[in-house]
Write a protein that binds this ligand. Sequence first.
Ligand SMILES: *Cc1c(COP(=O)(O)O)cnc(C)c1O
Length: 397
Amino acid sequence: MSAPRLEIDLGRLQHNAITLVRRLARQGISVSGVSKAVLGLPEIVHLWLAAGVSSIGDSRLETIEAMAHAGITAPLLLIRTPMLSQVERVVAHAATSCNSEPVVIKALAAAALRQRRRHGVLLMVELGDLREGILPPDLTAIAELTLGLPSLRLVGIGSNLGCQHGVAADADNMGELSALANALEARFGISLELISGGNSANLPWLEQGGAPGRINHLRLGEALLLGREPLGRTAIPGLHTDAFKLVGELIEVKTKPTRPWGRQGLTSFSDESPRQPSLREDRGLRQRGLLALGLQDVDPAGLEPPPGVSIVGASSDHLVVEADHPLSVGEELSFSPNYSALLRAMTSLFVERLCIDGEAKAPRGAAASTAQAPRPGSQPGTTLEGDSERALVATTS
Ligand SMILES: *Cc1c(COP(=O)(O)O)cnc(C)c1O
């Protein structure tokens, strides 16, 4: 088995999906599974759909296309405002896209007309996190524009909080979204299908008894995958937080001084490493392990080491650890990735994926299948072909 590898416990992911979908359904809220951190991995998308998510959302058109080519027939939602240069492809593969720009909406309408399709538009509203979204006073005019374009369907309105400035969902901003939905429906005599309140960062508000009002849809990634809400990184009750493990292999184990010697400048990653000031102290001789795992594979700041092990530094290809127990060359260490580390590991060409089913208590690796994630950006129509090695060859040749 090769390292580094990401071990993906499908049983735990299935449990998370079933639990969240059921819990939110009791509040009248449907769920789009957001697959961007796992690049639309078919194994995960299929289990989400079986668990009852209503659609699959992704921010990357390439991943949407790869999912369509992989035979996923569920509605695909592009959760990032389309690039003007990609509207034809968006209309061809995504049932609906999130939008905030009139020029893009008009271009989508023209593309949909050319392709004889009807494309869904979810209008994103800015509610304070200052990433994407139409400012509330401008919403009516843009809704009117959308309604006037027969090749488009105004599916609903939505908002995104938490991702840029960590703004939390609360009674004020969610109440404003509900009020905007009511106002649009009254003004135009329409009924909006989706009032999409936000992402995993909305869950604490609901758990604390927030009234959903008109909110009937959430787009969830981190909660489904890692069982956590992003704002406080707290575990969501009843969910698995350990469905993913990143496994690295030790390539050097030596007892070395804890302080470098020689004149020091910056490093390639300029951020002074080791980061923790205490690690700059002279702590005498320590056992240091070097893993074949680095910034080209993962965001090391997002890794939680196993018990008794601490991370003291990282560069492109090496992760340096200290341990309070003996390490040996060839030994593997398992780390828990946060969202950032997971995203980077899934995107790296060097990290193998291994799907296991922990619920079924299959011995590790025995019932395993090597996951073939869509590799966005390769040849159109063949985006699902090739393992990481072949993909690597393709990009370096
Ligand atoms: C990433 C993203 C999501 C999912 O966010 P999580 O915090 O992973 O649930 C939802 N909506 C949009 C627009 C996103 O970009």
